[in-house]
Design a binder for this molecule. Structure first.
Ligand code: CA
Length: 361
């Protein structure tokens, strides 16, 4: 059978099959429609993060043919940003968009699903989530809260942060007041810094007023949008504290289970797509904005000295040892994470890292 006749044959077969389906189709039921609410940990209308939540809701509505509509509330509009976990856990709200490290006080192991200092890149973290058991462990950690969760964005490698003084030795962290959440904050506390936790909308003001001396946020694109270059002149790299950071979509388990299987699949598929979209946005824009910060605003780009990174890495080990010795779930999650990291790092040495090193030849 040549190409043409094969195409014709397939076309006819399709037409016949289609007709058979139409004749044999069951009576049409009116599908139930759902109107859900989503709370976010981001300020209302925040670029990219809030935008990602809106795009997710639009995608879910489109893919479900309008059967699942989601109305979004920015942080503070319905509940304060840091109470969204509780609201969804109790089923007051169906879903939330945030970062699992905000919930470290409720479940210590939750922090691993956002970022781990000296941990894995976005590509490696996604490998752990989707193919290395990470996503299953996340469900285990959230099960006592009647929640399920999934990745919905990744920032890629972050920057080390904005400083008004140079970091030459690890001693420079002594007495430094810095905004740094998650495990990173615990690490610099060991180096003598004072961690001041500020939600996104307050960081700029706190930098300007000297409530904090330094702050880390995301990377050049998002940091530029936040205006941090107007509050500090040194911009440090690499972001050892968050070599990738995952944002999450968390859903009340009962609400999720009340959906038909097709709608559950729609949510999962939309979350996958957003995880890739946000990472792609950051990847495509970070260097453009980094150059703009340097060339148009005189920001000084600095690399942390090796001795500082080495000391921070050693403090990271202490933070992990302390946590895993007192919290069995953290021990279980970190064991899985570090084993996966060890394996993918060995592979990276002969793939990504080896490849990058030949580009300069
Ligand atoms: Ca960060």
């Amino acid at each position: 059978m040549d190409e043409n006749s094969r195409r014709n044959f397939l076309k006819k077969a399709g037409a016949v099959t289609g007709a058979t389906f139409a004749v044999g189709a069951p009576a049409v039921h009116v599908a139930r429609k759902y109107n859900w609410r989503m709370v976010t940990a981001w300020p209302p209308n925040s670029p990219l993060l809030g935008e990602g939540a809106e795009m997710l809701a639009r995608l879910i509505e489109e893919m479900s043919g309008g059967k699942l509509k989601i109305r979004i509330y920015g942080g503070g509009e319905l509940v304060p940003p840091l109470e969204s976990f509780e609201a969804v856990s109790q089923g007051v709200i169906e879903m939330g968009h945030g970062s699992s490290y905000f919930w470290g006080g409720k479940a210590a192991a939750a922090i691993f699903f956002t970022a781990v200092p000296f941990g894995m890149t976005a590509q490696q973290t996604n490998g752990w989530f989707y193919a290395g058991g990470g996503l299953e462990l996340w469900q285990e950690v959230y099960a006592p809260f009647n929640l399920i969760s999934m990745p919905v964005a990744n920032t890629g490698v972050q920057m080390g942060g904005w400083f008004n003084k140079e970091i030459r030795t690890i001693e420079d962290y002594k007495g430094l007041k810095m905004r740094m959440p998650g495990f990173g904050g615990r690490v610099i506390t060991k180096a003598g810094a004072t961690v001041v936790l500020s939600v996104g909308s307050e960081i700029y003001m706190n930098m300007e007023r000297g409530v904090i001396d330094a702050a880390e946020w995301v990377g050049p694109y998002h940091d530029y949008l936040m205006g941090f270059h107007r509050t500090a002149k040194y911009y440090y790299y690499p972001g050892w504290q968050e070599p990738s950071a995952t944002l999450e979509l968390f859903i009340n388990r009962k609400a999720f289970e009340s959906l038909t299987k097709d709608l559950q699949a729609v949510i999962k598929t939309a979350a996958y797509r957003m995880n890739l979209w946000i990472l792609s946005e950051f990847e495509s824009r970070n260097n453009i904005y980094l150059q703009k910060l340097i060339n148009a605003y005189g920001v000084q780009l600095k690399r942390f000295p090796d001795s500082v990174l080495k000391a921070l890495k050693s403090h990271t080990k202490d933070v992990m040892d302390e946590l895993t010795s007192k919290d069995p779930m953290s021990k279980k999650v970190y064991a899985s994470y570090s084993k996966f990291q060890k394996d993918v790092s060995a592979w990276a040495a002969v793939s990504e890292i080896a490849y990058n090193s030949i580009l300069g030849l």
